[in-house]
Design a protein around this ligand. Structure first.
Ligand code: GH3
Ligand code: MG
Ligand code: MG
Ligand code: MG
Ligand code: MG
Length: 299
């Protein structure tokens, strides 16, 4: 199981020793004795949980809380557990208002501390799972439209910055309405799963993203891929589709399931293109592939 990373923000050496002793077997532990060091570590390391003392030599721990919650671009979103010796209920209330997830009083009770951390770890796991599920297509288990949209914008910006081309392939299964009519909707679903599986096998670079664009349409984002390579890969995919040999007797294109593809390769000089325009251009090429007789890739 994933090992979570805890940042202890505490200036008292005795407390630090107790905390490290309690946590180091189960977690990767980082220590910051000042506000400044804490903020630095929160940028440099992927911290899951912060144990936050309020009285620090260079300021109040709540400033950290506020900065982290207000600037989600710079900081990740760790769970924050405030720990303080003060019995002041104002501190507790303010901590929660500033975005702390929990508040515990000193002196610390090891078992209670561990139990409270486990609650936060459990929530982090569930949130991560939900985030993952929200980006996967239920039928085909490839990325869904939401993940595709996010990824295209991110990758296009990244390729522009890096001066690299980006290719986008839109795929549409040929005469799929007739397939459903002839073989039934359940067979249609199984066919879509096969298409997705094939695409994952062909576009297997870590940076490639295969997504279900909608219905019987798929999209493949290929960062740092020029037109020549993208065409070659798209045609390999189409070849493998035919080799799969999924019967489609009512298709006017072929007696097996095929697809058409519209391909567009953008260059960093096309600086003003939006994600929508890239998709539109690929869609125009897909339309042309259909018009030219289907079962082909149109670059
Ligand atoms: P073309 O070659 O022009 O793309 O023809 P087509 O029949 O594939 O295109 P059309 O857009 O007319 O029909 C798409 C079909 O895809 C109709 C729809 O029922 C089917 N479809 C869309 N999503 C699903 C799905 O999740 N499962 C199944 N079984 N069929 C689907
Ligand atoms: Mg202190
Ligand atoms: Mg379609
Ligand atoms: Mg159509
Ligand atoms: Mg179709």
């Amino acid at each position: 199981m994933e090992r979570h990373q805890i940042l202890i923000v505490e200036d008292d050496p005795v407390n630090i020793n107790v905390l490290v002793g309690t946590l180091r077997d189960d977690y990767t532990v980082f220590i910051a004795k000042t506000k400044e060091k804490a903020l630095k570590l929160l940028i440099e390391k992927k911290i899951d949980i912060v144990l936050l003392d309020l009285n620090l030599p260079d300021g109040n721990g709540l400033d950290i809380c506020k900065m982290v919650r207000d600037d989600r671009e710079t900081y990740s979103n760790p769970a924050i557990i405030v720990m303080t010796g003060s019995r002041d209920s104002d501190d507790e209330l303010r901590s929660l208002e500033y975005g702390a997830n929990d508040f515990i009083s000193k002196p610390l009770h090891n078992q209670i501390l561990k139990a409270r951390i486990e609650i936060q770890v459990d929530l982090l796991r569930k949130t991560a799972l939900l985030n993952k599920l929200a980006r996967i297509d239920g039928l085909t288990e490839v990325a869904n439209r939401r993940a595709f949209d996010e990824s295209l914008v991110r990758e296009w910006h990244r390729c522009k910055r890096a001066g690299q081309p980006l290719s986008l392939l839109l795929i549409d299964v040929d005469e799929f309405k007739k397939y459903n009519d002839a073989y039934g909707h359940t067979s249609g679903d199984m066919c879509l799963r096969q298409v997705a599986k094939l695409l994952i096998e062909v576009f297997k670079r870590a940076s490639d993203l295969v997504a279900r664009f909608g219905g019987e349409e798929f999209a493949v984002i290929m960062p740092n891929t020029d037109q020549k390579d993208a065409i070659a890969l798209a045609n390999i995919a189409l070849g493998k589709m035919v080799e799969k040999n999924i019967p489609h007797q009512t298709s006017s294109v072929h007696d097996v399931v095929t697809f058409s593809g519209g391909l567009i390769t953008t260059f960093p000089v096309d600086i003003d293109l939006t994600a929508e325009e890239i998709i539109h251009q690929a869609d125009v090429q897909l339309y042309n592939a259909k018009k030219e007789g289907r079962a082909r890739i149109m670059p």
